[in-house]
Structure formats: structure tokens, C-alpha cells
Write a protein that binds this ligand. Structure first.
Ligand SMILES: NC(=O)c1ccc[n+]([C@@H]2O[C@H](COP(=O)([O-])OP(=O)(O)OC[C@H]3O[C@@H](n4cnc5c(N)ncnc54)[C@H](O)[C@@H]3O)[C@@H](O)[C@H]2O)c1
Ligand SMILES: [Zn+2]
Length: 378
């Protein structure tokens, strides 16, 4: 059945692709987005992401932190997909108040309006993140499954980047993190994502509104911001490779992430939106596979046809996790979600798109200097 869907942050990377898929499926899509300069550039009218949805969705420029803006866009809406957020983990460690205001404050205000105004919302889907887990789930040969706290700056400064068993201290092995794992965000960003999902699930349940939190892993694909130096190592590395700069890989290059292609993320989100039965719960969305950062740097150079000096620097950022891979059993069982794009196929599509884009000004060094000055890059 066609729904009236509001997507906050719907001009962003995930939101724009989700908008187009929902429109193609016959839904009505309204978007509320500030068109923030960090994502869309100083002149929003030239933003490719914005232009991809312009004239197709019902667009409102405004903020989830402004009650009047929300009052304008909520009437008549069945389903809210709440994607608007600040998304840089490193940046969140000093822009603390701002991250809290936008991510937590915006979500609280959205729910406040839904709870107190006569709007017909029946479902809320919120973009959460694997960042809610912190280091996530590991296995110790002696002690079975363990959930270690974030690594200490002291160990990492010695070049020991492993995650250790919290009981006996020996290096522990990464396993897939499932939704029953304890939530232990290791960054301000992670805290805001956790609070967002707890607010949505708790208020949704109380109001009898379906509520779904999707814990997205590292989403990549055509259209992701190449100019935002605070997020996405794929963007950062590609821009460096194209500019002929060197790549500086943190730690020992063996840190890994679950890279999930944008189309798979959109599929999972649509499955949640179209799911008829009531649900109030959180679900992982990922590829279910880990790729280490060193390998990723090699694959990108290969695809972009350019070799640059790669330094594995041993530097590290406070708040970064070591490894990450999602357990997908729950989202598979609930919605039938199955990722279909392999990392090889996804990276090909990503680098083809990168090659067709204007080379961005490289602001990465500047972002690292910023982190360094705040004592967050060691
Ligand atoms: N991309 C990922 O890898 C990833 C991983 C986990 C979770 N997420 C979450 O998914 C969501 C979307 O991520 P994305 O990668 O598309 O990010 P994005 O930055 O491309 O999109 C976010 C959009 O929100 C808008 N926005 C920012 N502040 C706003 C405000 N106050 N009011 C209205 N709009 C505002 C921005 O202009 C932008 O268009 C975010 O909540 C993010 O935390 C993303
Ligand atoms: Zn142990």
C-alpha cells in the first residue's frame, strides 16, 4: 500500500537513494533537510545529492531542531524515516554540544511533536549505527564470548592495537556482533545514536507506533560525500589517491569494518518501512563480512588505476574501534533482508562513480590537524 513518507535528512547520501527507491515503488515522499554545508557544499543549489531528488520529492528546507519546521512537514505523514544527523565520529569528540543538540535534541523534538500534535504517524524508522556497540563482540579461547571496553591509549601508544579479553587480558578474536550484545558506545556520536534509538523505541512503544532502529554498518557507494573529511575512509582514501597524495593508514592497517553497499542499505530500510505487522525493535544492517583497511586501500588504488605511497603510521584516533562485523540473523528473520552486493562489485560501482566526479579539494590533513590539536589523534 502506498504510504506518505517523511524522510528527515532525505537529501543526504542514504536519504536521497532511499527517496528515489520509495518513489519508484509508488510511495509519496516528503523531505526535510537543512542542506548542511559540510555535506552539500556552500552552495546547496549545486549539490548533486540534492539535485538527484529535486522536483521529485516534496522538499522542505529546514531543521529537525526547529518545532515550526516539523509542524510544517508532519501533517498527513504515515511513516517517518529519521536520518537527519551529524555523522562524524572524530568530530563528535569535540563538537559535543552540537552533536547532542542535533542528534539527540532533534530526535526528542520530533517525538515530542508526534506525541503532542494531531499527526497520523504510524511508524518511525530511525538510522542508528553499529557505533552503539563500541568494540562489540569478541571471543576468548579461555572465556568464550566477551564484550571488551574500548582500547586504552596506553596500549595503542605501545603499538598494541588488539582487543583484549577483559577477564584474562589475552588478545581476543572478533566475531559477528548480534543485537543482544551490550551497548557501549565509545564516541559521542555513538552515544547520540544510542540515545536516538532508545528515544524512538521507548516513545514508539508507549504511543503504540511501530518503531524500528536500523544499526547501519559502514555504508558506501556512489553519491557518498567526497568532500566531508570527517567521515568515510573510502571517500578520504579515494580523494587522496586521485590527488596523488599519500595514504596514511592508522594503527597497523589490520583494523576492519563491515562495508555495506548503499543499495543493500536502502533495501533493508524499504523492507522495514513496508513491513505490515507492528514492531518495536533494533536490527543490524550490514554485509556480514569484514574487510581490513589495508586491503581496502589496495583495492581502491587498483580500481582507480593509480598507485600512491601508503604509510601504516601506527597513529590512532581516540574513540575508534578495532574491528566490526554485523550478525544479520535477526534482520534476516524479521524482514527477509539479504545483502546482495559483494565488496568487489560494490567497490567497482563506487570507484567508477568516483572517477566521473570532479576531484575534490583535499581537506583531510586539516581535519587531522584539528583532531591533533584537541589531543584526539595520537
Ligand atoms: N553512512 C553511513 O555509513 C552510516 C552508518 C551508520 C549510520 N548512519 C546514519 O544514517 C543517517 C544518514 O546518513 P548519511 O550517510 O546519509 O549522512 P549524510 O550526512 O549524507 O545525510 C544527512 C543529511 O541530514 C541533513 N541534516 C543535517 N542536520 C540536519 C538537521 N538539523 N535537520 C535536517 N536535516 C539535517 C544533511 O544536510 C544531510 O543531507 C544518519 O543518521 C547517520 O548517522 C550512516
Ligand atoms: Zn579470557
Amino acid at each position: 500500500m502506498a504510504q506518505n513518507i517523511l524522510i528527515t535528512g532525505g537529501a543526504g547520501f542514504i536519504g536521497s537513494k532511499l527517496s528515489l527507491r520509495l518513489l519508484a515503488k509508488g510511495h509519496h515522499v516528503r523531505v526535510l533537510d537543512t542542506l548542511s554545508a559540510q555535506i552539500h557544499g556552500a552552495d546547496a543549489e549545486t549539490s548533486a545529492l540534492f539535485r538527484s531528488i529535486q522536483g521529485k520529492v516534496e522538499f522542505f528546507r529546514g531543521s529537525v531542531t526547529n518545532r515550526e519546521d516539523l509542524m510544517k512537514v508532519l501533517p498527513g505523514v504515515d511513516t517517518v524515516v529519521h536520518l537527519a544527523a551529524e555523522t562524524g565520529t572524530g568530530q563528535s569528540m569535540y563538537a559535543i554540544r552540537h552533536y547532542s543538540d542535533v542528534n539527540i535534541g532533534g530526535t526528542a523534538l520530533l517525538l515530542d511533536v508526534i506525541a503532542n500534535e494531531p499527526v497520523p504517524v504510524r511508524k518511525i524508522v530511525v538510522a542508528s549505527s553499529r557505533a552503539v556497540y563500541g568494540e562489540g563482540k569478541y571471543e576468548c579461547v579461555e572465556h568464550g564470548y566477551v564484550f571488551p571496553l574500548s582500547r586504552s591509549a596506553r596500549d595503542m601508544a605501545r603499538g598494541d592495537f588488539d582487543v583484549h579479553c577483559p577477564v584474562c587480558g589475552v588478545p581476543a578474536r572478533m566475531v559477528c556482533t548480534d543485537e543482544e550484545s551490550p551497548v557501549r558506545p565509545a564516541s559521542v556520536y555513538g552515544i547520540t545514536k544510542l540515545t536516538q534509538e532508545q528515544l524512538v523505541l521507548t516513545v514508539g512503544k508507549a504511543l503504540g507506533v511501530s518503531a524500528i532502529a536500523f544499526r547501519y554498518q559502514n555504508v558506501y557507494g556512489p553519491g557518498q560525500s567526497l568532500s566531508n573529511p570527517y567521515t568515510g575512509i573510502l571517500s578520504v582514501f579515494s580523494t587522496r589517491i586521485r590527488n596523488g597524495g599519500n595514504i596514511n593508514i592508522f594503527e597497523d592497517g589490520k583494523e576492519s569494518r563491515d562495508f555495506v553497499f548503499i543499495d543493500d542499505v536502502v533495501s533493508a530500510t524499504v523492507q522495514g518501512i513496508e513491513h505490515e505487522a507492528p514492531v518495536v525493535d533494533a536490527f543490524n544492517v550490514g554485509s556480514g563480512k569484514a574487510t581490513d583497511v589495508g586491503t581496502m586501500a589496495q583495492m581502491l588504488q587498483h580500481n582507480l588505476g593509480k598507485t600512491v605511497p601508503v604509510a601504516v603510521s601506527g597513529q590512532f584516533r581516540i574513540g575508534d574501534i578495532r574491528h566490526n562485523v554485523a550478525d544479520l540473523r535477526k534482520v534476516r528473520a524479521a524482514f527477509g533482508f539479504e545483502p546482495v552486493v559483494s565488496i568487489e562489485a560494490g567497490l567497482r560501482l563506487f570507484t567508477e562513480w568516483v572517477g566521473s566526479e570532479r576531484v575534490q579539494e583535499d581537506r583531510y590533513e586539516e581535519s587531522l590537524r584539528e583532531l591533533g590539536a584537541k589531543g584526539l589523534l595520537k
